[in-house]
Every structure is written in C-alpha cells, then in structure tokens.
Design a protein. Structure first.
Length: 309
C-alpha cells in the first residue's frame, strides 16, 4: 500500500484524484486550506479508513512519511487566483519548494500540476511542450502564470541537483462535477446561468477558443505520469477538441433546454485568444488520450449541477 499526499485534495480535480487513488488501494493524505476546496467534495471519502484530511497551508514547510506527492494546491480559476494575486504567487513558489523538500528528504516521487497558462497567449498553435510561451509578466494573470512557471523551474532544478523524481504535467482547461458553482470559470458559469434561465455572459465576441477535458480523463493521465518510470515531462494533458466559447454556450443552452439569452461583456485583460494542446507526446509515451467527448462530459456536468443547485 503506497502512502500518497495530495495537496489541494479538497478541490475540484484533487477530490477526484483522491477518490481514484483510494479505489486503487492506496493510503491518501489530503492537505488543503479550504480556500477554494469544500468538505462536500471529500465528504464521501471520510468513511474510508485509508483517507486522512489535514487542514493546512502549503506555504508552510511540512514533513510526512510518504511515497508520492501530487501538488495541486493553488486556486485555478482566474477570478480566484486574481483575488489575492500576491498570495497566488507565494503558494505557487513556496508550495512547490515545500513539496520538493519533502520529496527530497523522503525519497518520494513528486508531481506538479502545471498549466497551459505557462504558454500565455500562445503564438504557436496547437501548443507543444517545446513551445516556451508568450506570458505578459506584468499583467493580471501573471501571478498564476509566472508562479506556475517558476514552480516548473524549481522542479527541474531539484531533479538536476538532487536527483529528485519530479514530474511536471501541463493541464489544459478541465471541467466536471465538483467545480464550484461560483468559481467564475466558463463551464460552471454557463451551466449555472442556463439551468436558472439567466443571461449567458460571453466575454468579448466569444470567438476565442478553448479545448475542454473531462476530469476523469485528466485523472487517468495524471496517474499514468506518476507511474511511468523516468518520465519527468513536462507533458501536456488535455483534450485537443477545440471550440469557440460561443459554441460552448450554444451547446449548454441546447442541452439544458434553457431560455437564457446570450449577452456580451468586456473581455478580461490578457485573455488568451486560442488554446489547444498537442498531446502527441502523452499519446506516444503514456498511451494516454481522452475518452469522454465534450457532449457526454457536459451532460454529466449538467446533471451534477442540476442535482446540487
Ligand atoms: P481548485 O481551486 O478546485 O483546487 C485547488 C485546491 O487547492 C483547493 O481545494 C484549495 O482550497 C487548495 N489550496 C489553495 N491554496 C492552498 C494552500 N495555500 N494550501 C493548501 N491548499 C490550498 O482548482 P482545480 O481546478 O482543482 O485545480 C487543481 C490544480 O490543477 C491547481 O494547481 C491548478 O493550477 C491546476 N490546473 C487546473 C486546471 C483546470 O482547468 N481545472 C488547468 C490547469 C491547471
Ligand atoms: N468566459 C466567458 N464567460 C464567462 C466566463 C469565462 O466568456 O462567464 C471566457 C473567458 O473570457 C475565456 C474562456 O471563457 O476566454 C475560458 O475562461 P475560464 O475562466 O474558464 O478559463 P481560462 O481563461 O483560464 O482558460
């Protein structure tokens, strides 16, 4: 039985990951300060004696006897990571440093949840791992983008200097059950608006694109990366099916049978124009690719939101 630490385990992706790791027979320790995580997300895990929850902030050093660490602790939606941008940069940097120190001392494997945001507003399309990105270092998204970039640097230097078994995944827009209803992300916003017949808020023209990955597929990819020997990445994990935000709005209105109207609001500063992962590296090295298409995934997510809200 492995002892696995998931930081940010009460959040959207982390709670799915904890459940999957428990189902596979591991002991899971979830550290979360509940900034954007919820007890609801992990409620069903409490009855499992192999699950342990620790309410703590990863900006403080910690030491636990563990075999693997998944470092997910960090607010992920633009509204939430811009709420206290200095804290976001601190979490990204100090959180990475603290999990790396723990991994070094315990000789544990450690995986960093990095992001497609390290590519910024990309000038290369689709984005391959070799692309170095186009981030505005002084813009409102930089606290997150640059925080995640420096975390990648720390992971790479721990590997070079200490031989720590580090892994970096770059996650592209992921959605599914356990997203917060008010996290400001496009999928949760549109579904909440549609099921309550409120206006659907499209920022800008809606011609900007994103590529949405269902959370179960992402979790499968994360575990595959952790299990693959000598595989530091960075590796893109996402669904290459690209769509405009307008297309997403139309799909959600259709699937909810909503009477919502589409309204346009100003585009946030530095909002990337397009984003799509090139996942050929993950396919080749891990045999991984998403299996849940957007129609199915959105239906499951709508069902979750309808039941809960
Ligand atoms: P989320 O906000 O639902 O989860 C983050 C979790 O981290 C929350 O439970 C939060 O309370 C916790 N947390 C935040 N700061 C903390 C701190 N200082 N100490 C301890 N816990 C802390 O977000 P998510 O969508 O589940 O994202 C998880 C990870 O994946 C994040 O690192 C994010 O950057 C990365 N990621 C997510 C996406 C996506 O589309 N969801 C895309 C790219 C990268
Ligand atoms: N967006 C939108 N309406 C909303 C929320 C988001 O049009 O109510 C847009 C946003 O401007 C961006 C895209 O949807 O172009 C994805 O936004 P999200 O915050 O989900 O993720 P990110 O920008 O980090 O990819």
């Amino acid at each position: 039985m492995k002892r696995i630490l998931v930081t940010g385990g009460a959040g959207f992706i982390g709670s799915h990951l904890c459940r999957r790791l428990l189902d596979a027979g591991n002991k899971v320790i979830c550290i979360d300060n509940m900034f954007t995580g919820t007890y609801d997300n992990i409620g069903e895990l409490y009855s499992n004696p192999d699950f342990e929850f620790v309410n703590a902030d990863i900006i403080h050093p910690m030491h636990l006897d563990i075999d693997e660490i998944y470092n997910l602790a960090c607010p992920a939606s633009p509204v939430q990571y811009q709420y206290d941008p200095i804290m976001t940069t601190k979490i990204s940097f100090l959180g990475a440093l603290n999990v790396l120190e723990m991994a070094r001392k315990m000789n544990a494997k450690v995986l960093q949840a990095s992001t497609s945001e390290i590519y910024g507003d990309p000038l290369i399309h689709p984005q391959k791992e070799g692309y170095r990105g186009n981030v505005n270092t002084t813009g409102p998204r930089a606290c997150y983008d640059e925080g995640k970039r420096v975390a990648e640097t720390l992971f790479s230097d721990y590997r070079r200097l200490y031989g720590t078994d580090t892994k970096i995944i770059r996650i592209f827009n992921t959605y599914g059950p356990h997203m917060l209803e008010n996290d400001g992300r496009v999928v949760s916003n549109f579904i909440m608006q549609a099921i309550h017949n409120k206006d659907i808020t499209i920022y800008g023209s809606g011609t900007q694109t994103r590529s949405f990955c269902y959370v179960d597929d992402l979790v499968t990819g994360m575990i595959a990366v952790m299990e693959k020997k000598n595989f530091p990445g960075p590796v893109n994990l996402g669904n290459p099916h690209e769509m405009t935000i307008l297309e997403l709005a139309d799909m959600i209105i259709r699937k909810t049978g909503s009477s919502s109207r589409i309204v346009h609001q100003p585009l946030p500063e530095d909002d990337p124009v397009k984003r799509r992962p090139d996942i050929s590296y993950a396919k080749r090295e891990l045999g991984w690719e998403p299996t849940v298409d957007i129609e199915q995934g959105i239906e499951r997510t709508i069902a979750y939101f309808k039941k809960k809200y």
